[in-house]
Design a protein around this ligand. Structure first.
Ligand code: PBG
Length: 333
């Protein structure tokens, strides 16, 4: 970008443009709106309508019926899409995550109920086995190793089931190599050419997923870590390779995850690929903000909106966030 020469003080006084709300609004470079938000939400297969997630104050696991209501709420708030994550009864989990592709399972039911209730709201599903495996990993395991290609076969079945149920966006979050291409090919072959893929392209092995694993009930199950498939937090160039691969394999949109600690990656991905780029403000980011707010250490509402504005400033098309409904309400007020 070419820049005009900057006049020295006092010709240029940057504070002139900050003196009143109207002029601050007029010169603002980026802003978050409800249209930028994907509402991250957990559904469960239990009896209760809503079960609080202790490490995520304000987040609840919802029954299918409640989830349908939130789709209506999203529409009213101007939130374009919901990302739905499952918490299933531990007795349904096994080593291969066979429940993941169940056409009558929790995710299929939730997607159908939400699409019935509010067809105008986009529904995004995670393609990954970890909510369904008894070991909490995203892949099949043999002798302690996560198997790449056999896992892809399961992910394809899972993705097809989600598309069949009416999901609009599939979001592979497993970080197996080659899964985007396999899922794209399977969708095309099955006549689901309009189903979109948002690849968790640069997904890091992060401590910030802790509360999510509580939310979906995999934290006690998980043995070891995910470092053989999720990325090393020290790497940037590798993120660009991961994103390039997923785009080449047919990703319509890409994602960087976690969000706030990885805004440098967001910026580089936006600049390098000019593709719709999203960030996931993950469970640990949510928990941090809420914990500080509940202690009275930060101003909750301002901090929420400021954290979301950061993603837009970095160049994101949108943000997947547990704050979506709160933020949309604040923005509309
Ligand atoms: C599953 C998945 C995870 C998240 C989204 N999809 C957890 C993980 O990879 O361990 C994290 C979401 C969050 O922390 O809010 N593969």
């Amino acid at each position: 970008m070419t820049r005009a020469p900057i006049a020295p003080y006092p010709a240029l006084r940057p504070r002139r443009l900050r003196q009143a709300d109207w002029i601050r609004r007029l010169v603002r470079e980026s802003a978050v709106t409800p249209s930028d938000l994907i509402w991250s939400m957990v559904v469960h297969d239990g009896e209760e309508a809503r079960v609080p997630v202790p490490s995520m104050p304000g987040v609840e696991r919802l029954s299918v019926r409640e989830a349908a209501k939130t789709a209506v709420q999203a529409r009213a708030l101007g939130i374009p899409a919901i990302a739905v994550f499952p918490h299933i009864d531990g007795r349904k989990k096994d080593a291969s995550g066979s429940e993941a592709a169940n056409p009558d399972g929790l995710i299929a039911q939730a997607v159908k109920a939400m699409k019935d209730a509010a067809p105008e709201v986009g529904i995004m599903c995670d393609v990954a086995l970890d909510p369904f495996t008894d070991h909490g990993h995203d892949g099949l395991i043999e002798n302690g190793r996560i198997l790449n290609d056999p896992t892809i076969e399961r992910l394809v079945e899972q993705g097809l089931m989600q598309a069949e149920a009416g999901a609009d966006i599939l979001a592979p979050s497993d970080m197996m190599d080659g899964r985007v291409g396999a899922i794209r090919a399977a969708l095309e072959a099955a006549g689901h050419q309009d189903v979109m893929i948002m690849a968790y392209a640069a997904k890091y092995a992060s401590a910030f997923y802790g509360p999510y694993r509580d939310a979906i009930g995999s934290s006690k199950a998980l043995t070891g870590d995910k470092k053989t498939y999720q990325m090393d937090p020290g790497n940037t160039e590798e993120a660009l390779r991961e994103v390039a691969l997923d785009i080449a394999e047919g990703a319509d949109m890409v994602m960087v995850k976690p969000g706030m600690p990885y805004l440098d990656i967001v910026r580089r991905v936006v600049e390098a690929f000019a593709m719709p780029t999203f960030a996931f403000q993950v469970s640990g980011e949510y928990a941090m903000l809420m914990a500080a707010a509940q202690n009275g250490w930060i101003e909750e509402e301002r901090a929420i909106l400021e954290s979301l504005a950061a993603f837009k400033r970095a160049g994101c098309s949108g943000i997947i966030t547990y704050f979506a409904a709160r933020a949309a309400t604040l923005l509309g007020a």
